[in-house]
Design a binder for this molecule. Structure first.
Ligand SMILES: Cc1cc2nc3c(=O)[nH]c(=O)nc-3n(C[C@H](O)[C@H](O)[C@H](O)COP(=O)(O)OP(=O)(O)OC[C@H]3O[C@@H](n4cnc5c(N)ncnc54)[C@H](O)[C@@H]3O)c2cc1C
Length: 458
């Protein structure tokens, strides 16, 4: 059996393992998953135990398998979980679904594959010896390695004085387990970031009856939009394969937005219809055009595409109306500790030179994940970069790889044994960080590395 080691036991790594185990046409694999956290966690997104942390994609779009779109909803029915088409299921339920799939595969009587979970951290790869080194000192041999490393924690804001980061009231990540434990209800909270992580944070604070003010700031101050029940829209016969500028892509999208408006179909449906083409559009765009997108359109695409469930939106809008939550657009200029042990934040309002000061007891960093691998201090990344086994992509959104997930070394050469899946491939595919795309990538990577037809020969 070929030894496939998957580094990262989040959704991507686990879905890949499931795909490798479930297809009898593949060579049986001896799969090892190495994961820093326990086998119960399933990565950052799904390890939450909080019932109000919902999927931000409706249940009927969350099947683990693209070729069986009812798989998740059938599982929900089979487990007596009430749902309808527009149900946004708690993420902890989705974790149970994925873990159940893995269990079912492992218990299947005709199963020929082998699966081992190692609770440890991979810190280096010795390519010549075909060995992965773990933090505990263990050495794991491999034939193929898949980097399913997910997202890295957001880096803290670098300001002229960064001593604020050492204060116990500063939380570098919203996913800090101790964050909401014993937090006095009246604390003034300042959140850096206004995206979906901020939404989750506000929901958690609301669930524990937080009474203090909450202020959230980002450069644009955009709040994710809410999902709406919308009639689906079809991009009949649209050909994105020849699109090679951002303007061409935008013209097509605008044409469909106008057409949808005439048919009284909401714009949400057009964005959802464009999304499956995003990888193709992105791959065809030259780097110059991708950079333009990052500069001018990334935030707009982000709020339109990463929408929140209506029940979450309702709570957020209530909090805004009751002035418990304030959203601001601007740039933080400085954060200093004052004589009372609180933070004084100076920020410049967007579009003006006006600077304001406000005071907060707690600061929570809800900025997006760090994707520039040259800034990531994780030992595995530091070692792989130093050896030239990986290199950042041109946009610094992840690592360089082929669209299929074969890692490219610092000479641009395809690795004979190293693959990747999920967020590390964001620079190459753009849309690859959520289930609808990850499930496709997991199925095709399983085929690429395990097919009996030897589609990947080296
Ligand atoms: C809060 C949140 C909510 C989301 N909600 C949705 C949703 O509703 N619908 C949707 O489609 N998508 C959603 N997503 C997006 C998507 O599903 C996730 O990003 C997805 O979980 C990515 O899975 P992953 O396995 O690639 O990464 P992760 O879940 O981050 O897992 C990577 C794992 O790798 C491990 N790891 C990293 N380095 C090492 C190492 N050196 N050694 C050992 N282990 C290592 C980490 O510990 C981690 O567990 C959400 C994302 C977030 C963050």
């Amino acid at each position: 059996m070929q030894k496939i080691v998957i580094i990262g036991g989040g959704l991507s790594g686990t879905l890949l393992a499931i795909n490798l185990l479930r297809n009898n046409d593949y060579k049986p694999s001896d799969i090892t998953v190495i994961e820093t956290n326990s086998s119960k966690s399933l990565g950052q997104a799904y390890s939450t135990e909080e019932h109000h942390h919902l999927l931000n994609v409706a249940a009927h779009k969350m099947s683990a398998f693209q070729d069986n779109s009812n798989h998740f909803t059938n599982w929900l029915s089979g487990n007596q979980y009430p749902f309808h088409d527009q149900t946004y299921v708690p993420r902890k339920i989705y974790r149970r679904y994925i873990q159940d799939l893995l269990k079912q595969e492992l218990e299947r009587p005709s199963q020929k594959g082998k699966y081992t979970f190692i609770h440890d951290t991979a810190i280096d790869i010795a390519a010549g010896e075909q060995i992965i080194l773990l933090a505990s000192g263990r050495r794991i041999s491999f034939d193929k390695v898949v980097l399913a490393l997910g997202n890295y924690q957001a880096t803290s804001l670098q300001l002229p004085d960064n001593t604020y980061q050492d204060h116990p009231g500063y939380f570098p990540s919203a996913w800090t387990p101790s964050l909401f434990r014993n937090l006095p209800a009246d604390k003034r909270i300042f959140i850096i970031g206004t995206g979906l992580t901020m939404v989750d944070t506000v929901l958690s604070l609301q669930a524990q009856q937080h009474t203090g003010t909450i202020t959230a700031l980002s450069t644009h101050g955009f709040l994710p939009l809410s999902h709406q029940p919308a009639m689906p829209y079809q991009l009949h016969g649209e050909d994105f394969s020849k699109v090679c500028t951002l303007l061409e892509a935008l013209n097509i999208v605008n044409r469909h937005l106008k057409k949808a408006r005439k048919q009284h179909i909401a714009w949400h449906a057009v964005i959802d219809a464009v999304r499956p083409y995003m990888q193709q559009i992105w791959i065809n765009l030259p780097d110059k055009e991708k950079k333009k997108f990052m500069e001018h359109l990334r935030h707009v695409w982000g709020v339109a595409r990463h929408r929140m469930p209506p029940e979450c939106a309702q709570i957020i809008h209530q909090q805004l109306a009751q002035q418990k939550l304030a959203l601001m657009a601007g740039r933080i200029k400085s954060i200093r500790l004052n004589a009372d042990g609180a933070f004084d934040l100076v920020y410049q309002e967007r579009g003006t030179r006006q600077q304001y000061t406000m005071t907060a007891d707690i600061i929570i960093n809800c900025m997006g994940p760090e994707s520039n691998y040259t800034k990531i201090q994780d030992p595995l990344i530091v070692h792989l970069l130093a050896k030239g086994m990986i290199q950042p992509d041109a946009l610094r959104l992840g690592i360089n790889c082929t669209p299929e997930g074969i890692v490219l070394d610092n000479q641009g050469k395809q690795s004979p044994f190293l693959f990747t899946l999920g967020p590390p491939a964001k620079g190459i595919l753009w849309e690859i960080t959520s289930v609808p795309e990850i499930r496709v990538a997991a199925a095709s990577l399983a085929e690429l590395i395990s097919s009996k037809k030897d589609t990947y020969a080296y």
